[in-house]
Structures are given as structure tokens and as C-alpha cells.
Design a protein around this ligand. Sequence first.
Ligand code: CO8
Length: 375
Amino acid sequence: MSHNVAVISATGLFTPDQSISNEELVESFNQYVDKFNSENETAIKAGDVEALTHSSVEFIEKASGIKARNVLDKDNILNPDVMVPLFPERPNEQLSIMAEIGVKACEQALAAAGRDAKDVDAILCACSNMQRAYPAVAVEIQDALGMEEAFGFDMNVACSSATFGIQTAVDYIKSGNAKSVLVVSPEITSAHLNWRDRDSHFIFGDVATAVLVEQKDIAPDTHWEILGTKLKTKFSNNIRNNFGFLNRTSPETRDNADKLFVQEGRKVFKEVVPMVATMIGDHANALDIDATGLRRLWLHQANAGMNRLIAQRVLGHEANEDESPTVLDSYANTSSAGSIIAFHSHSQDLKSGDIGLICSFGAGYSAGSVFVKKS
Ligand code: CO8
């Protein structure tokens, strides 16, 4: 094993140009509820069908901190008769939609680092859902970018996919298997969210991020040295999506709501906050870093209250927006991309020598921490 140092050379962010406010979302949801209740009036009165309840803008903002979300197909999501994004199937010769937004994020990261795609050795497509089984979306993005000599593969650790991808990239660099690795997270969460479910319809948004991880001696002068990475998983059914290729083998349950995102949000909140705070503290100790002195935390963006509690436990005091920035208000939860959006959007102002933490957590459960120092 060589002792190559790995750094983040640059990041990229693709944000869809359509956005849905809480007000627009709730108005459409409530129209759906009213229509359902009136169409099922007799069955509801007879006690055979349960009436649906309105959603509320105040609840959403108070419970989650989310005010809006970017999406790839606003009109159909908001149409009470559709409530799902519609993406016409593309011919195999055309770039797929996941690859398309991934390419945009990668191009931005490559341009920011001044790196030619031909000089990148590997690409990992790390996100919550892949649009097909194979060929890997990573290989399609590799091809679209012209990375002729590279290799790529897909990996899925739900909300922690990007940090798991970063550690994998670091390991390739340390072992000498690669010098330059792209970790791309195209998250089309709008397609695996149940927009008719009051408990979760407000949570997610679409986006793509890219992180270029490289061997320090080829990186641009301005970069982020990766001081250490740590990953953790612990099995839980509290966040789950049962969609998969075996669904067709049990036709009686194929269309059930559990083939989309479902969660026990309150249990997740209670169990994940201590798990992540402890993990960060232990990881900081192992690296001899004083966690209370961290300049900034770029936390996974699932819930503003969770981030407030985790940041407080790590820093030892209530964190302000400068110490633990949130992008939840405009992006909502973008699964694995969340902590990377926060890092991409709120890292330019840090000074040489400043140390910060990128941290993700979510389904699995899974959690990943990446300590970085500005060059
Ligand atoms: N409008 C109005 N009221 C509502 C609504 C609504 N939309 N939804 C629920 N309520 C009501 C409930 O009915 C309940 O009423 P009552 O008290 O009368 O029973 C009350 O509000 C409180 O409900 P909850 O206890 O459910 O509300 P919480 O305060 O717990 O907030 C949250 C719900 C926001 C979901 C919160 O629990 C949370 O954010 N938890 C953490 C979740 C989390 O971090 N999840 C991680 C998921 S990310 C991940 O790993 C995903 C991977 C894959 C990506 C998938 C993409 C689609």
C-alpha cells in the first residue's frame, strides 16, 4: 500500500430549473384529497374506506425545515390526476435521463478542476436508485464524458452513497489503483416518492452532484485534503423501498405503496441522531481532531431539527448557519447529494488550514464521515 494523499479537487452541481413551493405542493395535494373523499363518500360513510386528510404548509416547514424542492417535471407532479413525473422512454441510443443530469454535474466539477475527462481513471455512480439494472449508469456517463481508459460502476447506499463513494475513491488512490476518480450522484427522487402520501410527499427533490477525488500531487493548488473517512451501517427497516426486479414474481403485491419510499420518520429521527453524533465524535478522536473546533459541518440534508441536534452534540454548542449551513429550505432532501450540495455551495469562504466535516446518514441505516482540510 502506497501513502498517496487523496484530496477533493472540485465539485459540481446540477440543479433542475423547476421548483415547487410548499404552497403549490399542498394546494395540489389537497385537491387530490378532496376529489378522493368526494368520489368515495359512500364507502367512507360506511366505514369501508378511510377518508384522507389535508396536508399543511405550516406542518411541513415546522417538522422538516423544507420550503421548496427542485424537480424535473413540475406540471405532472402537481397535476392531482397524475402526481408523478412523466419521462418519456428514450431509445437506447439516446443518453438516459439519469446519465444526462450526472454528466452535467461531472462537467462542472471537471471544469472547476481544469481536468480533462480523458485523464480521469474511474467513475462511481453513487445514489439511491438506478434507472435500470444494466449497463451501469456510471459506464454510460463515462462514455458520454469520453473517459476512454477509465472504469466505472454503480453503487447504492441510499442517502450515504456519496460518502461511501468518496471513501472508495480514496482507497483506490491510496492503493495506487487510480489517481483521479469521479463520484457522481444523480438523484431523481421525485420518481420514487409517493406524492399521494401525506407523511412523505414534501420530503424530496431532484438534483445531481459530482465530486472529483484525486491524488494530491496532480490536484489543482486549491483543494481539500481528505484527512480521514469512516463508514457505518446497521440494518433497519425504518426507511425502506421494496421496488425491485423480483416484484413481478409476486403479482399480488406488485403495486403496493411499499414499492416506493416509506419510512417511520420519528423512529429514524430518534435513532439516527445519536448514532451519527457518536460516530463523528469517535472518528474525530481517532484522527486527533478537536470536533468542537471544526470550522464547518456539511451535514446530510434530511431534516433541520436532526441537523440542529447533531451539530450541537458535535460542536458542544448550538450551531449557527455559518457553522452548519442548510440547503433544505430550497432543495429539500436530495438523498445522497444533500451534504455535497451544502459543501459545494458553502465552502468557498473557508481559509487555508480550516477543517470541516462532510457527513451523510440515511437508509440502511448508513452513515459516512469525511474530514477535510482546505489547502
Ligand atoms: N401535513 C399536516 N400534518 C401532517 C403531515 C402533513 N403533510 N404529515 C404528518 N402530519 C401529522 C401526523 O398525522 C401527526 O398527527 P398526529 O400527531 O395527530 O398523529 C403529526 O403530523 C406528527 O407526525 P409525525 O410524528 O410523523 O411528524 P414528525 O414531527 O416526526 O415529522 C418528518 C415528520 C418530517 C418525516 C420527521 O420525522 C423526519 O424528518 N424524520 C427524519 C427522517 C429522515 O431523516 N429520513 C431519512 C430519509 S432519507 C433516506 O435515507 C432516503 C433514501 C432514499 C431516497 C428516497 C427518495 C424518494
